[in-house]
Design a protein around this ligand. Structure first.
Ligand code: AVI
Length: 327
């Protein structure tokens, strides 16, 4: 039996970035905190629970699309690629692609170290022929492959509609990083949630069991624990709404009454009803997303939709000999 190799690379930079981002975000009005900080160990577990909720159609619909079309995806991309997954901490969906695609190497990148280590180990047991280079990094800031990565066609995999957590300009910026990474002839396979009935969207982000509320509030628990803060968790409530004009679900934490919170010896006042904006989740029509991706240099190669058109999976390619405007 061949034994695969797992390499771990720590490319994480500053350790007080969390503090700086929280202090900055809470000093502004409206206050906000970047959604990447949801994912401590508890937050990652809660997110896994969200993906199993009856209201949260995104994960199961995307898995259905990938499963039904895995062979066709492999026909487009070919075998022997280098499969890179920014945010691939749980490695869950990549399983579906591996048998058909037979990449030589899988490179998951994630900010959640334990999640990444565990999933890479599990994956290596299931796919002993696969070389794995697991990278602990904040992939929203930089996408860099370790020097030891073998050569081959690069395929970036960005499922889950995580692209929706960037605003549209930020999404173009991030897709441009991916375009730089995969280069001319490289591919991007990306899951994107579609615009739909407001009631379906709002239920997905405010489930009856209250798991999304716990996920949102866990951010304050994390700030208390890691940043010497004293948020009274019972004084805040979860809120989510679909902003039709901007095409996005917004998640907020709403202050139940006037209060003062201290973080790292600095005080922040919140009035009753004031909110901390914790996440946007943009929804796109297929045409809107193809136009957005073209701003980052990608051309549409294929598109798959679920039977109920709840979710889309796009395959994009950087044209061969693609020359960047301005280069
Ligand atoms: C990770 N991301 C795509 C999820 C979303 O749907 O925007 C995060 C999430 N927030 C609340 N529920 C799920």
């Amino acid at each position: 039996m061949s034994v695969n190799k797992i390499q771990f690379h720590d490319m994480q930079s500053s350790s007080n970035e969390f503090l700086v981002d929280v202090m900055q975000g809470l000093s502004q009005r409206p206050a906000s905190i970047p959604p990447k900080y949801f994912y401590d160990a508890k937050g990652s577990k809660l997110f896994d629970a969200i993906t199993q909720l009856p209201e949260y159609y995104l994960t199961r619909t995307e898995i259905d699309i990938l499963s039904a079309n895995a062979d066709e995806i492999a026909r487009h991309v070919g075998t022997g690629s280098i499969l890179v997954e920014p945010g691939g901490g749980s490695c869950a969906k990549v399983h579906i692609l591996l048998d058909g695609l037979k990449p030589t190497t899988y490179v998951p990148m994630d900010i959640s170290k334990d999640h990444l280590r565990l999933s890479a180990q599990e994956l290596s047991v299931a796919f002993p022929w696969l070389e794995i280079h697991a990278i602990y990094t904040d992939f929203t800031r930089e996408l860099r492959l370790p020097q030891s990565t073998p050569q081959g066609t690069l395929l970036a995999f960005f499922p889950g509609s995580s692209i929706g957590n960037f605003d549209p300009d930020g999404a173009v910026g991030f897709l441009t990083l991916i375009e730089d990474l995969v280069g001319s002839g490289g591919y991007l396979l990306i899951g994107v949630d579609l615009k739909k009935d407001k009631a379906i969207l709002e239920a997905a982000y405010d489930d009856a069991a209250g798991i999304t509320a716990q996920f949102n509030l866990n951010l304050l628990i994390r700030i208390n624990r890691e940043l010497d803060a004293n948020f009274d968790i019972t004084a805040w409530k979860h809120s989510s709404l679909y902003n039709e004009q901007l095409g996005r679900i917004e998640m907020h934490l709403v202050s139940k009454h006037n209060q003062v919170v201290t973080i790292n010896n600095t005080s922040f006042s919140f009035t009753e009803g004031e909110t901390i904006h914790t996440e946007n989740s943009y929804k796109y029509s297929t045409d809107e997303f193809i136009t957005l991706a073209s701003r980052a240099g990608f051309q549409s190669d294929a598109l798959w939709l679920g039977a109920d058109k709840l979710f889309s999976v796009h395959l994009f390619r950087v044209p061969q000999n693609h020359v960047k405007v301005g280069s």
